[in-house]
Design a protein around this ligand. Structure first.
Ligand code: PGA
Length: 252
């Protein structure tokens, strides 16, 4: 059985004290709920160690938002996989569309990042998704296929079984325009088929595929009830404990 997962991508939000308050609230709110999913938060890098301390004492899991594709060295301002490992971070988002767009990250770099994360026992949350023009041109399946092939499909099946995929149509991120449950299911089923063709049935059945893009407490249930949607990568709505926990409570 694959895992249901709800992960919060805080992006570049919160100060240390705001972050501590929110994490504290999430941990308290989690205690009172019988969640049918794994709950992950991905705060900004300066708060990871503090978040990791909370995770040690609770069921909450922690992920980073990015790493550099090199293991160490003269890369001023960057954060490495061994640094995350040294503070017990279990997950790391890679290939978010904002990183692809504003920081010009390529699938080749993302493939290197995935290798490093897996070497250090950290699970990559690999983001794929098309921009609006690609959906309108009907090239969205090809775009996602290429992202999967170039970023992930060099991994062997043991490695790949530690990966989480997040399908995030770029036109739905932070726009309030969510993909319909049918659109999400169609792409998730397609991604699972690509995994099946590459790695076989067992791996395809085990890998969690999350939906991201304006997911909120009002639409999470209809998205998560789709057969191939195993949870969500949540931006804006992960910044308030009530909303985040309401989304995490949306599994039937
Ligand atoms: P959003 O962001 O939920 O605010 O649309 C999702 C994401 O970028 O991961």
């Amino acid at each position: 059985m694959r895992k249901n997962i709800v992960a919060g991508n805080w992006k570049m939000n919160k100060t240390f004290s705001d972050a501590e308050e929110l994490i504290d609230q999430i941990v308290v709110d989690m205690e009172n709920k019988d969640l049918k999913c794994e709950l992950i938060i991905c705060p900004p890098a300066p708060f990871l160690e503090m978040a990791s301390d909370y995770a040690e004492e609770s069921r909450l899991k922690v992920g980073a938002q990015n790493i550099n594709e090199h293991e160490s060295g003269a890369y001023t301002g960057e954060i490495s996989a061994p640094m995350l490992d040294s503070i017990d971070i279990e997950y790391c988002i890679i290939g978010h569309s904002e990183r692809r767009k504003y920081f010009h990250e390529t699938d080749e770099q993302l493939a290197q990042k995935a290798n490093l994360l897996l070497d250090y026992g950290i699970k990559p949350i690999f983001c794929v998704g098309e921009v609006l023009e690609e959906r309108e041109n009907n090239t969205h399946f090809d775009v996602v296929k290429k992202q999967m092939e170039d970023g992930m499909f060099h991994l062997n099946s043991d490695e790949f079984s530690n990966v989480i995929i997040a399908y995030e149509p770029v036109w739905a991120i932070g726009t309030g325009k969510t993909a319909s449950p049918e659109q999400a299911q169609e792409m998730h089923a397609y991604i699972r088929k690509l995994i099946l063709e590459k790695y076989g049935k067992e791996t395809a059945e085990e890998v969690s595929i999350l939906y991201g893009g304006s997911c909120n407490p009002g639409n999470a249930k209809s998205l998560f009830s789709q057969e191939d949607v195993d949870g969500g990568l949540i931006g804006g709505a992960s910044l308030k404990s009530d909303d985040f926990l309401a989304i995490a409570s949306s599994f039937e």
